[in-house]
Design a protein around this ligand. Structure first.
Ligand SMILES: [Zn+2]
Length: 411
């Protein structure tokens, strides 16, 4: 083995049976082992167990008194953007709503205007800084969406920046085409023309250049309809792009149901979820992804995580890192909000922020838990007894070291 993490106070494997996701009651079990070791070979987990079975003869990292859990999998971000939007933040404090700001050409359209003016190099520079920021806070896999371009040229530009980012930061990155993020002002009277541009130009070109893994649509009141969403995700499927949908943030939009019906990998946001949406998700392969810091920042109602898990669903947690509704990619804070505001148990939140996030990116065979054969993506915390202290000290940075693909960051 290349490296052994020894004397780990508590190891959270999250899964140990090769599960691709956990649902309902299963989420309460984050598969703890006390006084443990983990061995790494060629960037992968090569072995693990309790200290009485620990082999000798490799480089050692002593983790005495610390806990170790899988690197966070942040399955929903808008990490690439050209400018912050603190003006809108202050407008909201003064009383304007997110939708009122959007109608005035703020919100996503504000980000789009600035992104269209930015060069690939400028965008890359900002993205590199944010990518290192989240890596140091424990994220080892991240999804990044386009969606601030809103022209063919600028959407592809964003995806190219996301692809280049991988050469600069050791994060595992998945790229999503979100051409249908908002309707630009000059398409207000001809929305079908915009949808046709997504269908006939953005999707084929992004797929042919190998720029996107997934396709996404903002299916909500004031954005795109269920019918438009369905046509876009079906076109994505023709090109081998699985769907991830922005659904039910602002209304009971039908986004959840259209996602489930079309086999979407995930439906994300879900502030507006009731019985009908929960029923649609039951027994489906679609992962609901909850973004609690977006609800926090916009003072919106939190997603009904407790009801969803108690109904037998699995949920994932993601940051939604973006300049408008969540200017943070700190997954420790998502875990804290999930526990404090949505009454998820810490172990449920850990499963949601790792394994279930990996499922929402079709990556559960590769990351999201500490199992032999998976990528060695690990978080080593400050000295602490249990993961419960991560949400408990909700505003404290408690990440000591991060290991990505077997490499210890900072060494
Ligand atoms: Zn989003």
């Amino acid at each position: 083995m290349d490296l052994i993490l020894k004397n780990i106070g508590r190891l959270y494997q999250v899964a140990r049976q090769g599960e691709s996701r956990k649902t309902g009651l299963e989420m309460q079990d984050a598969c703890e082992i006390s006084h443990a070791w983990v061995g790494i070979s060629n960037g992968k987990i090569a072995g693990l167990g309790t200290m009485d079975s620990c082999p000798d003869g490799a480089k050692v990292l002593d983790c005495a008194g610390r806990i170790v859990f899988p690197g966070y999998v942040d399955s929903h971000t808008h990490l690439i953007f050209a400018a912050t939007r603190e003006g809108e933040f202050v407008d909201r404090i003064r009383g304007l709503s997110y939708e009122e700001i959007a109608r005035k050409g703020g919100g996503i359209l504000n980000s789009a205007r600035k992104l269209q003016l930015a060069s690939e190099d400028e965008l890359l520079e900002g993205a590199i800084a944010r990518a290192w920021e989240i890596l140091h806070m424990g994220t080892t896999t991240v999804e990044i969406k386009s969606g601030y371009g809103l022209t063919v040229k600028d959407e592809l530009k964003m995806l190219r920046v996301a692809r280049k980012l991988e050469a600069h930061v050791p994060l595992r990155i998945r790229r999503t085409l979100l051409g249908a993020h908002a309707l630009p002002m000059d398409y207000r009277e001809k929305r079908e023309d915009f949808v046709q541009m997504v269908l006939k130009e953005m999707i084929p070109q992004a797929a042919e250049e190998g720029l996107a893994h997934f396709v996404d649509v903002f299916c909500d009141r004031g954005f795109f309809t269920v019918d438009e969403t369905e046509r876009i995700i079906q076109k994505g499927a023709d090109y081998g792009l699985k769907a991830k949908i922005h659904a039910n943030q602002l209304d009971h939009s039908g986004g959840v149901q259209v996602g489930v019906k079309n086999g979407a990998l995930s439906v994300d946001h879900l502030e507006c979820v009731g019985e009908a949406e929960i029923q649609a998700l039951q027994g489906s392969a679609t992962m609901p992804v909850l973004l609690p810091s977006a609800a926090f920042f916009l003072r919106a109602p939190y997603q009904p995580a407790r009801e969803m898990i108690d109904a037998g669903l699995g949920v994932a947690l993601a940051s939604d890192y973006n300049p408008g509704s969540t200017p943070t990619g700190n997954m420790n804070f998502e875990v804290a909000l999930a526990c404090i505001r949505m009454r998820m148990l810490p172990q449920e939140a850990l499963v949601a922020a790792t394994l279930n996030g990996a499922y929402a990116l079709d990556l559960a065979a590769e990351c999201g838990s500490i199992e032999v054969g998976k990528s060695a993506d690990l978080v080593i915390t400050d000295r602490m007894e249990s993961f419960d202290l991560i949400p408990y000290f909700f505003a404290k940075n408690q990440i000591h070291q991060v290991v990505v693909k077997g490499k210890v960051m900072g060494e």
